[in-house]
Design a protein around this ligand. Structure first.
Ligand code: COA
Length: 332
């Protein structure tokens, strides 16, 4: 039996504190012009004081759940795509469960970096289609600003903080909103983007070197990898969806670099007005970037519902994920 899935609600949350490119010139040698022309980024929102990725995830999750009309106590699973919650354990998903009162939900986190939302969708889709679950909340939330080396201008200008969420359920009609999901990974390229975990050996044994817990990235290699591999992976996903590329209304890509987005737009022959980008405002918010871009574009009217869309992300691992979806009225 093929159980159709409904994308029932989405939402996002970003911190209020904004850092502009000009602000960054006070702490590193850079310029608004360099950052804007190389990346498209103008500003980023960052956590301040005791704000956390978990709090943002709770707010984004609440919005997606409210839009879906599903009661928190009916959620079967919460999957958090979060590399930088407040703790390794309890998981971010468990902390979100407690705040939402989703007492029945089983909870776990996944680490697929910026591809996290799509990996979460792949898992949730399989759980729902197998009959194992009916209602699944995916929350993508990250506090990358807390793990950047703010003296390293090659990485610190690129990221911001944010959270996005998606509520999935069994369709009450025959429409399946997730037509295909395609996930890839290439662990041999793990050194392209890394963030080590600190940890000291037992004092009774030889001491180890404790690495800084900072994001390190070979931007050029990431760029080359994404522009050569991602379009083919997207085409594979589209083929499995049963739709043709020219039948899909919108491209909603991970917001890492405007030049990458434009390269995808050209290669896939998308009308620029149907390619969603808000990188200028939020920079790269990791797994949250796709749901933030999607929700904001629906709320502003840039995306007209109902429609079809390709969601596509890439990130540390290297991981890559794409999904062809249908978006219904009233989800955001
Ligand atoms: C990071 C990125 C913007 C760099 O752009 P680039 O055109 O490759 O720039 P380069 O690394 O060649 O650097 C060019 C010069 O600018 C300098 N530079 C680097 N960061 C700078 C900054 N923030 N401000 C000013 N100058 C900077 C470099 O030191 C270098 O100077 P040099 O020529 O004197 O050595 C680009 O490679 C990129 O976006 N890659 C993809 C990263 C990505 O998507 N990551 C997210 C994965 S989820």
């Amino acid at each position: 039996m093929n159980i159709p899935i409904k994308i029932a609600g989405i939402g996002f949350q970003v911190p209020e504190t904004v850092i502009t490119n000009d602000d960054l010139t006070k702490i590193i040698e850079t310029s608004d012009e360099w950052i804007k022309t190389r990346t498209g980024i103008e500003r980023r929102h960052v956590l301040s004081g005791n704000e956390t990725a978990v709090q943002m995830g709770i707010e984004a999750g609440k919005k997606a759940v409210e839009k879906s009309g599903i009661a928190p106590e009916d959620i079967d699973y919460i999957i958090a795509a979060a590399s930088l919650g407040t703790h390794i354990y309890p998981s971010t998903a468990c902390e979100i469960q407690a705040a939402l009162g989703a007492d029945k939900a089983a909870c776990f986190d996944i680490t697929a970096a910026c591809s996290g939302l799509i990996y979460g969708m792949g898992i949730a889709r399989a759980f729902i289609k197998s009959g194992m679950a009916k209602n699944i909340l995916i929350v993508a939330t990250d506090a990358v600003s807390r793990c950047l080396d703010w003296t390293d201008r090659t990485t610190c200008v690129l990221f911001g903080d944010g959270a996005g969420a998606m509520m999935l359920t069994v369709s009450d009609d025959d429409q399946d909103d997730i037509l295909s999901v395609e996930l890839k990974a290439d662990g041999k390229l793990g050194h392209f983007i890394q963030m080590p975990t600190p940890g000291k050996n037992c004092p009774l044994v030889e001491p180890n070197e404790v690495p800084d817990m900072f994001v390190k990235m070979d931007g050029k290699e990431v760029y080359k990898y994404v522009v050569t591999k991602l379009p083919n992976y997207i085409e594979e996903c589209v083929e499995k969806s049963g739709l043709k590329l020219n039948e899909i209304d919108y491209l909603i890509p991970h917001q890492a670099n405007m030049r990458i987005i434009e390269a995808l737009e050209k290669r896939l022959d998308f009308d620029p007005s149907h390619v969603i980008s808000n990188i200028q405002e939020y920079a790269n918010t990791s797994a949250a970037s796709i749901p933030i871009a999607m929700t904001e574009a629906i709320q502003s009217g840039k995306i007209k519902l109902p429609c079809s869309a390709i969601l596509t992300g890439f990130g540390a691992g290297m991981t890559v994920g794409s999904a062809v979806v249908k978006l219904r009225e009233g989800i955001a």
